[in-house]
Design a protein around this ligand. Structure first.
Ligand code: ARG
Length: 470
């Protein structure tokens, strides 16, 4: 006999679970705890109620339930939402999950009408709906934070569009760049991360409601109607797929993994730049901690932790991929394990981005130290080679000539710009007095005058373009 039959003797409101009529012995306390999800999924509750409201409205519209029943359900669910928000709702382990806890309370509040809510649906499409609604909300919050982070980086780049620092390859001084240019590299990464989240949102934003347990339902439902009410862009087109796949969550975890990968690269540089041996930047005190034993220490804890948390987020992606791998159609209880890692990735992303949006404007730059570092390591050697090429030398010959000059400088402990014109002309007769224009740091960066180059003018234009939202 079904739960929804008017003649049902199964008084759900008075039982400990929704299926006890079928079983001859109760589960042990450990099994109960093992199989329950109620204590880690309560954040789904407002979305569960939202989904139930849309489902009940649709059932009433399609005349599967009566209007008075719908009104009672609506009233009851609103009361439950208030109870949950006021922290007055009593969650029970016996009722396994958020869905059954809410449903039982609804039956307590509105009687038989409450028992009709589950008509034409199953917890399988219900939970898939809840997760999608919750995840859509998370994506919107984190996408907005990514935009803010990108804007904060563009602001910092604008302040430092002509601040010169060494650019590195292999962590060896390579060529001078501007600090603004360096920072805008991250603005690009977070811009792509934003697009990835928006793209993922399209596939999250599809309604599984109506798929019921796996095969759909025999009631004359209108899936588009409940989907529209919930702001979904469309309905999942196959009921088996709708209740079983969690690829949308995996995609989100992959997108978060990439955001955190970018955050960890940025964090690594902040840690390095803040080391007294480098001394390029200072972070605001509110993102650092001291040492309990070494009074002089100011440690960049926030970037270090962000770097560390990246590992956990990558782990969550692996856990979800492995969870889904080889699962036969359709729903399996394995899927209940989709939540904790997914929640953790979403929380870590939101918290990390919120902190970094505040951290970036607090970065104080030590221009002198950056400039001094750029003056070391022959960072304009490529410029000298390019100069010779422009005077007619083949690049490989120019490269060799400059390598000899670098060796000479190393022997006498000087920089390329310290060589006299006479010394330079000994290296190659094509060298003239204008060579000193390219051997300066300013000349070097200014010469990279094209879209995506490090010339201050380009950096300024790119920062302004990002700030104007183009
Ligand atoms: N708590 C379950 C989950 O998160 C809800 C769906 C339960 N469905 C079932 N057939 N046991 O996946």
């Amino acid at each position: 006999m079904s739960e929804n039959s008017p003649s049902s003797t199964n008084q759900f409101a008075n039982k400990n679970n929704a299926w006890s009529a079928r079983f001859s012995e109760p589960v042990s306390e450990l099994v109960k705890r093992y199989t329950a999800s109620v204590f880690f999924e309560q954040r789904l509750a407002p979305f569960d109620i939202q989904g139930s409201l849309a489902h009940a409205e649709m059932l009433a519209h399609c005349k599967v339930i009566s209007k008075p029943d719908y009104e009672a359900i609506e009233q009851g669910l609103k009361t439950i939402l208030q109870e949950i928000e006021a922290d007055q709702f009593v969650w029970s382990l016996d009722l396994e999950d958020v869905h059954l806890n809410i449903e039982k309370r609804l039956v307590e509040l509105v009687g038989d009408a409450g028992k009709r809510l589950h008509t034409g649906r199953s917890r399988n499409d219900q939970v898939a709906t809840d997760i999608r609604l919750w995840l859509r909300h998370e994506i919107d919050q984190s996408a907005a934070l990514l935009k803010s982070l990108q804007q904060a980086l563009a602001q910092l780049a604008l302040q430092h569009y002509d601040t010169i620092m060494p650019g590195f390859t292999h962590l060896q001084v390579a060529q001078p760049v501007t600090f603004g240019h360096h920072v805008l590299a991250y603005a690009q990464m977070f811009g792509r991360d934003y697009e990835r989240l928006q793209d993922c949102r399209k596939r999250v934003n599809q309604s599984p409601l109506g798929a019921a347990a796996l095969a759909g339902t025999t009631y004359p439902i209108d899936r588009e109607r409940s989907a529209r009410h919930l702001g979904f862009e469309g309905v999942c087109r196959n009921s088996l797929d709708a209740v079983s796949d969690r690829d949308f969550a995996i995609e989100f975890c992959a997108a978060v993994s990439l955001v955190m990968t970018h955050i960890s690269r940025f964090s690594e540089e902040l840690v390095l730049w803040m080391s007294p041996r480098v001394g390029f930047i200072q972070l605001a005190d509110r993102f650092c901690t001291g040492s309990s034993i070494m009074p002089q220490k100011k440690n960049p804890d926030v970037p270090e932790l962000a770097r560390g948390k990246t590992g956990r987020v990558h782990g969550n992606l692996m856990a979800l991929l492995t969870l889904m791998k080889s699962q036969p159609l359709a729903y399996n209880k394995d899927n209940q394990e989709d939540k904790e890692g997914l929640f953790d990735s979403a929380d870590t992303l939101r918290d990390t981005l919120t902190i970094f949006v505040d951290l970036v404007p607090g970065i104080r730059v030590n221009r002198d130290n950056m400039r001094q570092a750029a003056l070391q390591g022959f960072s304009t050697a490529t410029d000298l080679a390019d100069y010779l090429v422009k005077k007619g030398l083949p690049f490989r010959d120019a490269h060799e000539t400059v390598a000899l000059a670098v060796r000479q400088c190393e022997e006498q402990g000087s920089d390329l710009a310290d060589l006299s014109l006479a010394q330079l002309q000994q290296l190659h007769s094509a060298i003239e007095a204008d060579v000193f224009d390219v051997l300066t740091l300013e000349g070097s960066v200014a010469a990279r005058q094209h879209v995506g180059g490090t010339a201050p003018e380009q950096v300024k234009a790119e920062a302004q373009r990002l700030l104007s939202g183009d």
